[in-house]
Design a protein around this ligand. Structure first.
Ligand SMILES: [Fe+2]
Length: 199
């Protein structure tokens, strides 16, 4: 429920968070992560931007470029998010993903400027699939890029913005048509999510 609330607030296209969680799960599986880590990626994916609840709507919806002060506020959303999920039973697995989803492989990200393998692997995965889904869906200010162009841009950022090894695995999943699209069964997804939270 909270994740869907953020999705409406941020003017993301419908279903972005669910697709992202689904792609993230598949990349985590292909990357050989443990069952628990795969699950953390899935739910970390759904909740990664939950901290945007703490950011002013006017800033989130601002069409033009942000002032430095406004950007500073945006940059706090990973920390807000980690705080919001703290009471969850699985907080220790999900918090590192939420906290580090805007870090970059080259150290140029935020909030901590972590570099390379110091960035938790779940966050490295979410960063790739978030970018891919954002590029391949329509946004109010531009049309979706083709898959080909999205893959080209991921490749260009490989080893700079993103983990090169994970980018390679993801490119293979997409290129060889092994990436399954998200199910349209929201009810089933939500039931699984509630089970995850409360059992
Ligand atoms: Fe974010």
């Amino acid at each position: 429920m909270l994740a869907l609330a953020v999705e409406t607030k941020d003017a993301y296209t419908e279903g972005h968070l669910r697709r992202l969680a689904y792609y993230g799960e598949q990349l985590a599986l292909a990357g050989g992560l443990s069952t628990n880590a795969v699950r953390a990626v899935r739910y970390g994916g759904i909740l990664h931007d939950i901290g945007k609840i703490g950011v002013d709507d006017a800033i989130l919806r601002k069409p033009g470029s942000l002032t430095p002060t406004e950007y500073e506020q945006i940059k706090q959303h990973p920390e807000f998010g980690a705080r919001i999920v703290a009471p969850m039973r699985f907080a220790s697995e999900i918090q590192p993903i939420i906290l580090a989803h805007h870090e970059r492989w080259d150290g140029g990200g935020y909030p901590r400027g972590l570099q390379g393998a110091d960035i938790p692997i779940g966050a490295r995965i979410i960063s790739i699939v978030d970018a891919f889904d954002a590029m391949t869906t329509d946004r109010p200010y531009r049309q979706a890029l083709s898959r080909q162009e999205a893959l080209r841009r991921l490749q260009a950022g490989s080893g700079v913005q993103w983990d090169a090894h994970l980018v390679e695995i993801f490119l293979n999943l997409v290129t060889y048509d092994k990436l399954f699209l998200a199910s349209s069964d929201l009810k089933q997804d939500m039931e699984e999510f509630m089970q995850f939270l409360f059992t």
